[in-house]
Design a protein around this ligand. Structure first.
Ligand code: KG4
Ligand code: ZN
Length: 398
């Protein structure tokens, strides 16, 4: 091995991404081609369109990542690719391209779990801020909240002989938190993905206007033998998890819908959809917010966000305390949320727990996190088999 250069490729959902990362600690390039423009009119990701767009973007995106890094294919030490979880057709585009490149250049392929990638987005960022990086053996165990459009999972990440070991501590039983953001935004006529819109609007609303609550998720007895309905890791043993660390976000989405209907708040939805399709952006000022939606809608959105963030915060810190872990990582698209960052940071300060987030660019899907997660695997010789294929329901850890 020469410089420890890994080309990362990510295509699990609606972003085609490639990046070059040195020794899991220094990002030389990170290129992300978003398909939002393709999916926005459907208010969600359309799998067939996603595969087609990945096919279109993969070659130019990888080329751009290598060019930006100033690295030739012959200088790479490995190619890392997301193997799952995600959309089967979308994953296959990245995997097939990674395998073809690796075969042509006689390079090892490292298969990375997308959720592990999100965790490494934070670790990468922490290493980048240290002059000599940080070896895995110097790392401290952390509780990681991976919160995105597809996942709301709590993992205990522990360094082990230079690599990482993961244990599932909690997860959502139905919708992911980001999915709830997207569905609520859709029903209110806001743009896709919904997170940035609700985040922007909520700043100007009263978070206590509508008192949404989360009931304690069902007990173990009720859950025994029940399979989760989410698209994520289906094999996770729900019944074995402490119910205090289980999430459920489908109820609040229904509660928002009922509130909207009960209070006749459908007005303006079609106008907002038209504005979004015409290219409107999330509001930056109170005047822009009010031009988009009336105050009661803004208050509703603020209340929804306050409740969701409160639930994520309560369960994450309770899990950290019960495990005796003094380090928390929050990652995934929803980790970009302003209120979430602020409240998690304050709570961590109060409890004297170390808390880290990725930068905004590293919060949402990218390939730098995939290349970073692959580094300890490459060092440990964990190379993928030649039969590597897409695993849409790939689970992480035990
Ligand atoms: O990690 P990501 O890019 O893709 C998945 O793996 O799902 O996450 C996308 C999700 C979407 O549901 C989006 O609405 C949400 O992250 N999101 C946000 C924010 N930015 C993106 N949610 C809340 N606040 C934000 N600022
Ligand atoms: Zn993701």
């Amino acid at each position: 091995m020469t410089r420890g250069l890994i080309l990362g490729i990510e295509s699990s959902c609606d972003e085609t991404a490639a990046a070059v990362v040195e020794r899991g600690a220094r990002t030389l390039s990170s290129v992300v081609a978003s398909q939002i423009g393709t999916h926005v009119r459907y208010g969600g990701v359309v799998p067939e369109l996603a595969s087609r767009e990945h096919l279109r973007a993969i070659v130019p995106v990888v080329r751009a990542a290598l060019e930006e890094a100033g690295v030739g294919l012959d200088e790479l030490d490995a190619i890392a690719v997301t193997a799952g979880p995600g959309l089967a057709g979308a994953l296959l585009v990245g995997i097939t391209y990674a395998k073809a490149l690796a075969f042509a250049r006689e390079l090892p392929v490292i298969a990375v779990n997308h959720l592990e990638g999100h965790i490494h987005a934070v670790l990468l960022q922490e290493r980048e801020s240290q002059p000599d990086g940080l070896a895995a053996e110097d790392e401290e165990a952390a509780l990681a909240l991976v919160v995105s459009g597809g996942h709301t999972h709590l993992y205990l990440a522990e360094p082990e002989q230079g690599t990482w070991r993961y244990r599932l501590i909690g997860r959502t039983l139905d919708d992911a938190a980001g999915e709830a953001y997207d569905k609520v935004a859709k029903l209110l006529g806001l743009g896709y993905p919904g997170g940035p819109w609700i985040d922007a609007l909520a700043r100007f609303g009263d978070p206590r206007a509508v008192p949404f609550t989360f009931a304690q998720v069902k007990t173990k007895a009720h859950l025994a033998g029940k399979a989760p309905r989410t698209k994520g890791a289906r094999t996770a043993p729900i019944a074995a998890l402490d119910p205090h660390f289980l999430f459920s976000f489908s109820g609040i989405k229904t509660a928002v819908l009922r509130y909207v209907e009960l209070h006749g708040m459908r007005q303006g939805v079609n106008e907002r959809i038209a504005a979004v399709l015409a290219g409107a952006r999330p509001p930056k000022t109170k005047d822009e917010a009010l031009a988009l939606a009336p105050q009661p809608v803004i208050d509703l959105v603020a209340s929804f966000q306050h409740a969701v963030v409160g639930d994520l915060l309560k369960k994450t810190f309770a899990a950290a305390e019960s495990l005796g872990v003094r380090r928390i990582l929050v990652t995934g698209g929803v980790a970009a949320n302003r209120e979430l960052r602020q409240r998690f940071t304050e709570e961590a300060g109060r409890r004297r727990v170390r808390e880290s987030f990725p930068t905004l660019a590293l919060s949402t899907d990218n390939a730098a996190m995939i290349a970073a997660a692959a580094w300890p695997r490459l060092v440990a010789g964990q190379v993928a088999e030649s039969g590597l294929t897409a695993e849409p329901s790939l689970a992480l850890g035990r």
